[in-house]
Every structure is written in structure tokens, then in C-alpha cells.
Design a protein around this ligand. Structure first.
Ligand code: GLV
Ligand code: MN
Ligand code: MN
Length: 405
């Protein structure tokens, strides 16, 4: 099956007709449809399909138990109203690259696998990269069991309802020990390749990043009869905090975003009792990130204290800076430069990836495919089909260079 037909087959799955964006959240029906698609692709190619203890899907060519495997793939879940490319491009390209290798009659000397990591975006349970974090031992079973979605459904309940065993989840060092290299292809989530005029690039590093929950508690009251002077309105402290986030990020050359907010009781004619906002902040280095988040929290506290609002700040997740394996990156650059005599651009990114999580355990690398607008986490995310095919060929070259030597 060509890249084009695989892409067309996956395109309608989990797409909202209202927004045109994707709602492929972990352990939902849309997620199950994506997983069924993955399994079909594996079986159609005669690959051995397996689901690991953490719900990640694998398709193996060669002996899964042999060591030094080369693994590629990404994720199929999405953010709320996400684009088509973030995640699926890496998985579809992996199957297409395998077809290309077979077309070249390449002789593999190492096992090769394609992976679909579960719950990469963390859209439902608030923590990103749950499948790879569990596998790498960066999230314990007990911690994962406490994750709860916006409807009050816990992660173990959701896994169970989808037919998986939540008591089996946990670190998987034996699996990781069998992998010699993981290469994730991903749509670029910025415009560096568009500006440099390149179709494909390599990743250098991922910025340190995290998510913090700010709970502002005030007093619910009547919107018509409560004098302004008598209110304890947590929305005002929240609003000040959003503006502080922008200021602090600008000062530090970092980014800070309040993209999710919950209000109680959420009535148009009631002063809220609670405003809960989630901050996502990222910076090139840890010191800057600490400065930004510290500055935002200080501004939030000072406003809250002055207006009789209680404030709790909880860090819900954190991923330190990731430097991708230099030797693997140099090898990829050499492989990709051989045919073209071109230097492949090497880019840093503010986006998180399973490859970043796994980089603490195994050598990992990433390939980026040009995104002409740089837009991501939105239905407007895009890449031309020609660039996607260039990405598939680059990935095939990389897999051939690594697994057929
Ligand atoms: C994942 O895409 C993230 O960077 O949040
Ligand atoms: Mn994403
Ligand atoms: Mn992604």
C-alpha cells in the first residue's frame, strides 16, 4: 500500500466534522480504530504484531527477541482538535519506508520494528508520553493509576474498558535492552526547514518543558448583587497570571502558555469559586525555565494574596533537556548526505516526543519533515505530499544504513 493510500485510509479516523481537527484520545473508540489500522498494516505485511505491557503497539520484521533492533515509528493519538500529521506521519512513513526497503531488496542484518506509542499527547489524562514514560521507568504504575481524565475516569478504568490490563503496566527494561536505535520521523512544528528551503532535517535537542496546574480559589457569589469591593473573584488573579506568563516568557526568550482552563461553577451570572488554569512552559535551558515559572508563580501569589484568593500550584509533569545521541545523529547525517552531498539541517525543538523520553535509555534520533506554515497542534498543520515522500525516502535510507550494514 502506498504512502498516499495509507494516509487516505487513516485520514477520516477520529476527525471532528465540526472543527476538521482530530480527537484521537487515549483508550477511546478513535484510538481503538487507529490501533486496528496499525495492526492491519502490520499483518498485511506479514510482520509480527504485539502489544506490550504498557499498551504500545509493535510490528516486527525479524526476531523480536534478538538484540540490537532498529526501531522507528511515533504515535497516533492527538491533542484536542489536532492536525493530521503530528504523530501519524511518523507511523505511516515507517510502514512506507519498510515497503521501500523491500522494493530495494535490502538485506536486513538487524531486526526492524515499527512502533505506535500510546498516549503521547497526554490530551486525556494530562501527562504526555505515558506509554514511553512507563516503558522507560519514568512513570511508575502507582503514579499512572492516579491519572484521571476530565470526566473523572481513571487511567486504569479507561485501559480496562479498552481491553487492556492496567495492572500489567510498568518499566520494560528487557524490551529496551533489545533496541539498538530508535529513529522517530515527525512533522516539523516550526518553520526552520521552510526558511532554509530543505525538505528534511535532523533533531539536535528538545527544550526542557513542563506543565503546572494553578488552582485559584475564591468565593462564588451573585454577579448582579455583589459589590465589586466585596468580591473574591479568582478569575482576576488568573487573568493577571496569564498576562504575567506572557511578560516573563518574553523577558527570558522562552514560551509560556495557558491553553486549558476550568471554571467552577461556570455560570454566566456567578462570580466563580474556582479557576484552574494549566501552564505549559518551555525554554532553551533549565535556568531560563526556572526563572519564567518562578516569575509567573510570584505574580500569581502577589495578586491572589492582595485579593483574598487561595492559590495552589502543582507541577504535574516535567521533562528535562534532551540532547539526542551525537553518534547516531552523525551517522544519520552521513547516511543522508551520501546521496545528495548536502548537509542536512540540524534543528532544536520546543516540542516533546517519545524519542526524547527514550533517549535516557537508548540511542535515539529524529527526522523532521518540512511544514510550510509551521502550524501544529491545530487542524491547519500541514506538509506537502512531495515532502512526505521525501521523508519516507530519507527514513528508508536511514533504516537501510543502520539495519543492513
Ligand atoms: C507534544 O507534542 C508536546 O510537545 O506537548
Ligand atoms: Mn504533539
Ligand atoms: Mn508528536
Amino acid at each position: 500500500m502506498s504512502f498516499h493510500s495509507m494516509w487516505a485510509e487513516l485520514l477520516p479516523v477520529g476527525r471532528s466534522s465540526a472543527s476538521g481537527g482530530y480527537r484521537r484520545f487515549a483508550w477511546t473508540d478513535a484510538d481503538a480504530d487507529c490501533r486496528a489500522w496499525f495492526e492491519d498494516q502490520a499483518r498485511a505485511r506479514g510482520l509480527a504484531h504485539e502489544v506490550d505491557r504498557n499498551g504500545n503497539q509493535w510490528a516486527w520484521l525479524g526476531d523480536p527477541a534478538a538484540r540490537d533492533a532498529v526501531v522507528t515509528g511515533s504515535h497516533l493519538d492527538s491533542v484536542p482538535d489536532g492536525g493530521a500529521f503530528d504523530g501519524p506521519l511518523g507511523v505511516v512513513s515507517a510502514f512506507a519506508a519498510l515497503d521501500e526497503l523491500r522494493g530495494r531488496d535490502a538485506r536486513l542484518t538487524r531486526p526492524l520494528a515499527i512502533v505506535n506509542f500510546g498516549d503521547e499527547e497526554g490530551a486525556r489524562f494530562g501527562l504526555a508520553c505515558v506509554g514511553s514514560r512507563l516503558t522507560a521507568g519514568q512513570l511508575t504504575r502507582a503514579q499512572a493509576h492516579l491519572l484521571t481524565d476530565g470526566e473523572g475516569v481513571t487511567l486504569p478504568r479507561a485501559m480496562e474498558a479498552a481491553g487492556y490490563d492496567p495492572d500489567a503496566i510498568g518499566p520494560d527494561p528487557e524490551r529496551l535492552a533489545r533496541i539498538g536505535a530508535f529513529v522517530e520521523l515527525h512533522v516539523e512544528q516550526g518553520r526552520a526547514l521552510d526558511l532554509s528551503g530543505d525538505r528534511v532535517g535532523l533533531a539536535s535537542a528538545i527544550w526542557p518543558h513542563g506543565r503546572w496546574r494553578f488552582d485559584f480559589r475564591g468565593e462564588a457569589n451573585h454577579a448582579g448583587t455583589t459589590r465589586l469591593a466585596d468580591r473574591h473573584d479568582p478569575m482576576l488573579s488568573y487573568a493577571e497570571t496569564v498576562l504575567a506568563a506572557r511578560r516573563e516568557a518574553e523577558l527570558a526568550g522562552a514560551v509560556a502558555t495557558f491553553g486549558k482552563v476550568a471554571v467552577e461553577p461556570n455560570g454566566v451570572n456567578a462570580v466563580p469559586s474556582l479557576v484552574r488554569g494549566w501552564l505549559d512552559s518551555r525554554a532553551e535551558d533549565q535556568t531560563r525555565l526556572d526563572t519564567v515559572v518562578g516569575g509567573i508563580e510570584k505574580a500569581a501569589r502577589s495578586h491572589a494574596d492582595a485579593h483574598g484568593i487561595d492559590l495552589d500550584v502543582v507541577r504535574e509533569s516535567f521533562t528535562p533537556v534532551v540532547e539526542f545521541d551525537h553518534a547516531l545523529r552523525d551517522e544519520l547525517a552521513r547516511i543522508l548526505g551520501t546521496d545528495t552531498d548536502l548537509t542536512v539541517p540540524v534543528l532544536g525543538t520546543g516540542a516533546g516526543h517519545d524519542a526524547g523520553i527514550l533517549s535516557g535509555s537508548i540511542p535515539t534520533a529524529m527526522l523532521f519533515v518540512r511544514n510550510p506554515t509551521g502550524v501544529s497542534h491545530s487542524p491547519a498543520e500541514s506538509a506537502s505530499e512531495d515532502d512526505c515522500v521525501a521523508g519516507v525516502l530519507a527514513l528508508a535510507d536511514v533504516l537501510e544504513g543502520l539495519a543492513c550494514r
